[in-house]
Design a protein. Structure first.
Length: 301
């Protein structure tokens, strides 16, 4: 087994070949994967026909898996594992959803630039998406390198952003597409949370912007001023030079670092063509504000 790492973009993304993720990777092979992940932030593993159990087993090598509540629509799930997010346009019977299905409407929010679970107090470390069925056209996923975007900011701007805290909420992102039909328990389980606007990426040591459509406003600033800053930075970070677009093939497993990237799905005819993607999400260790306080305390000590 010989791993090969092929960069896909000047800043972000690499293809990994020469390994079979259905097998238990040897420590040195896994270390090479992890090193590539810390450098490239997005890894593409082609021709990996994984079962849900195999996908979960590989994902757990990176940390504990999140479980997925029913954000909208019926609570009965097509996929039995709570650790697998159903990123599809299929109902519980495996049929394409009608245009007015609440879960389909909710999922269209994934076409906004975002990073997974930034609306949770402890956000995501990384996500892994497995392509089981893809539409004949559309449905690509784009990834923005937030470390490269931060590096490109003027030094004066970097100083002005240091220490700012932004409130993130799932309700903010879905309000942007006019969706309000959340299940009752989501209102209780996912209140708005604070996250640092600039954080240090643990895997590379580089500073990165931490933004998403879930980002509402800067804490302590007037609402409109904070939202203007968030929008300005998101537009800056998603310029073409920072973005890799992935065109899916059946069997692709794509893994991305939620701590230093944003991503968005591209439109496709979701009331006509089937798209079946299974996602696992690995939880991070701490809230970003808590992590920074811990770093500051360690520095003082």
């Amino acid at each position: 087994m010989e791993i090969k790492v092929t960069p896909l973009h000047p800043h972000i993304g690499a293809e990994i070949t020469g390994i079979d993720l259905r097998e238990d990777l040897a420590p040195e092979i896994f270390a090479a994967v992890e090193s590539a992940f810390n450098r490239h932030a997005v890894l593409v593993f082609p021709r990996q026909p994984l079962s849900d159990e195999q996908q979960m087993a590989f994902s757990r090598r990176f940390g504990p898996l999140e479980t997925n509540p029913a954000y909208a629509g019926e609570r009965k799930k097509r996929i039995p594992h709570r650790e697998i997010a159903d990123i599809s346009n299929l109902d519980v019977h495996g049929n394409v959803m009608p245009a007015d299905d609440e879960r389909l409407l909710f999922s269209r929010g994934n076409q906004l630039w975002h990073t997974d679970s930034s609306f949770k107090y402890v956000p995501a470390r990384c996500s892994l998406l497995s392509a089981r069925e893809i539409p004949p056209e559309g449905g690509e996923t784009e990834f923005a390198d937030m470390r490269a975007a931060y590096d490109a900011l003027p030094e004066e701007k970097k100083r002005a952003l240091e220490g700012l805290v932004v409130e993130h909420s799932i309700f903010r992102s879905r309000s942007l597409i006019g969706f309000t039909a959340f299940n009752d328990e989501i209102q209780r389980e996912l209140p708005p949370v604070p996250q640092l606007l600039v954080r240090r990426h643990p895997g590379s040591g580089r500073k990165t912007l931490y933004l998403a459509a879930h980002a509402s406003h800067v804490v302590g600033w007037p609402l409109e001023g904070g939202r203007k800053l968030v929008e300005e930075l998101m537009q800056f970070a998603t310029q073409p030079q920072f973005v890799y677009q992935h065109r899916w093939r059946v069997g692709d497993l794509v893994m991305w670092d939620d701590r230093c990237t944003m991503h968005r799905g591209r439109p496709y005819d979701d009331t006509k063509h089937r798209r079946d993607m299974h996602r696992t999400t690995v939880s991070d260790e701490l809230n970003t504000v808590e992590r920074e306080r811990g770093r500051a305390g360690a520095a003082v000590a």
